[in-house]
Design a protein around this ligand. Structure first.
Ligand code: AMP
Length: 188
């Protein structure tokens, strides 16, 4: 079920405090290359109240539906996905850039806002039918997320949703993952 406004699953406890979250995200112009405005989430991560709130708001729409594994996308996705996994009582699975995982692995290549990349998972990351939530900091063009969905499904996982701290709506990345439920705490 596509949820373009990122508000499904909100209630009084878990609704994202967008003013708080936005106040802890910093724009860095022309990083990592000219024309890109990098969304720097390190101030949010450095503030325990905001970090905890972000984790709760990312987990809340999905945890109650049953999540077996939470996939975090390298690198900032790891930081968010690991506590989301614990909040859901699920395992954490790292989706890594090419050549970083030590075991037998499978990869999918994709384009991103500033370059191209390959994402990999260990090929035994999931038990058959595992319910999988994918977490990352930013949804930009959607290439990374779509490749990760493809990989999880190829390895036997069932993608129950995707959760992002930030969605860059003007890049329309949501269209690439429109077949899946998603939450984005902030949309720019
Ligand atoms: P994409 O595949 O284009 O959706 O890009 C998403 C990935 O690239 C995520 O893992 C983000 O961490 C990173 N990313 C892309 N654009 C930005 C941005 N403007 N600010 C911060 N991270 C970004």
């Amino acid at each position: 079920m596509p949820v373009p406004d990122g508000t499904e699953g909100e209630d009084a406890v878990t609704a994202p405090d967008r003013t708080l979250l936005e106040s802890r995200i910093r724009d860095i112009p022309d990083f990592p290359k000219p024309g890109i405005v990098f969304k720097d989430v390190t101030p949010l991560l450095a503030d325990p109240e905001t970090f905890a709130h972000a984790v709760d708001a990312l987990a809340a729409p999905f945890c109650d539906d049953g999540v077996d594994k939470v996939v975090g996308i390298e690198a900032r996705g790891f930081i968010l996905a690991a506590p989301v996994a614990l909040a859901c009582g699920a395992g954490f699975v790292p989706a890594r850039k090419a050549g970083k995982l030590p075991g037998s692995r499978r990869g999918v290549a994709y384009d991103l806002e500033y370059g191209s990349e390959t994402i990999e998972l260990h090929d035994d990351a999931f038990a058959p039918g595992d319910r999988v939530l994918i977490v990352d900091d930013v949804l930009a063009t959607g290439g990374t997320a779509a490749a990760t969905v493809e990989l999880v499904e190829a390895l036997g996982g069932e993608v129950v949703g995707l959760a992002f701290l930030i969605e860059l709506g003007f890049l329309d990345g949501g269209a690439r993952i429109a077949d899946h439920r998603r939450t984005s705490l902030l949309t720019f």
